[in-house]
Design a protein around this ligand. Structure first.
Ligand SMILES: *Cc1c(COP(=O)(O)O)cnc(C)c1O
Length: 220
């Protein structure tokens, strides 16, 4: 097992250095520790090292892992970074502080109905920057329409999220997301993973989602 405290230190240093070289502050960037499919010992090591912001991509798995811990630690912040089915929306709104994966009208409408007593306050629209048929996210051409619907339904979107296609030059996709953010007046950008978070920060990422570089390879 890797030394998670030392790795966290190293990643934080890299975030700070990259932010500063672009005239930003490291504290403007939120590191989300992606804990999906990692075993509990690694999660506990990250918690012991002071990490409090975690990302999960499945509602059920996150509920089992985090509901008990969240009761013990009011500082925990949970981000949903995986696709959300409408029938899990209510549960997601109650468990997560942020949802990064709004990508279609029916989900917007269901989330809007549940906002009243929701924990979740931060919302991102996922953009399928590579226009890959198998990937979730709204096509760039349909983003404006979906954001209009979010506004009409009262879902407060603060930013955009993307996952570049495997093997693609990530910078092209981060640059596109940055451009879309500017066009629509959204200053939060959730982009960058283990292999490319420094590139993402150069393109304005405010949230980087790092899993394996922090915790080691995932099970399964
Ligand atoms: C799994 C996952 C990550 C983390 O990926 P790593 O390459 O392990 O850093 C980030 N974002 C999303 C949406 C993911 O599903």
């Amino acid at each position: 097992m890797t030394d998670i405290a030392a790795t966290l230190d190293d990643i934080t240093r890299r975030i700070n250095r990259t932010a500063q070289s672009g005239g930003r502050r490291g504290s403007d960037i939120t590191l989300i520790a992606v804990s999906k499919m990692q075993d509990d010992a690694r999660i506990d090591a990250a918690l012991a090292a002071g990490m409090r912001v975690f990302g999960e991509n499945r509602v059920q798995e996150a509920q089992a892992r985090w509901a008990p811990r969240r009761d013990l630690d009011p500082d925990l912040r949970l981000h949903l970074i995986g696709p959300l089915q409408t029938n899990k929306a209510k549960q997601a709104l109650a468990l997560f502080d942020a949802i990064h994966t709004i990508d279609r009208p029916d989900l917007v409408r269901v989330l809007a109905r549940g906002l009243g007593d929701a924990r979740a306050k931060e919302f991102f629209v996922q953009v399928n920057t590579g226009e890959e048929p198998q990937k979730s996210g709204v096509a760039p051409a349909d983003l404006g329409g979906l954001l209009d619907l979010c506004r009409a339904e009262g879902v407060p979107v603060s930013g955009l999220m993307c996952i570049p296609p495997a093997g693609a030059a990530a910078g092209l996709h981060f640059g596109l997301l940055q451009k879309l953010g500017r066009r629509f007046g959204l200053d939060q950008l959730s982009m960058g993973m283990s292999d490319d978070f420094e590139i993402a920060i150069r393109f304005g990422a405010t949230h980087v989602r790092v899993g394996s570089a922090l915790f080691g390879a995932r099970a399964g």
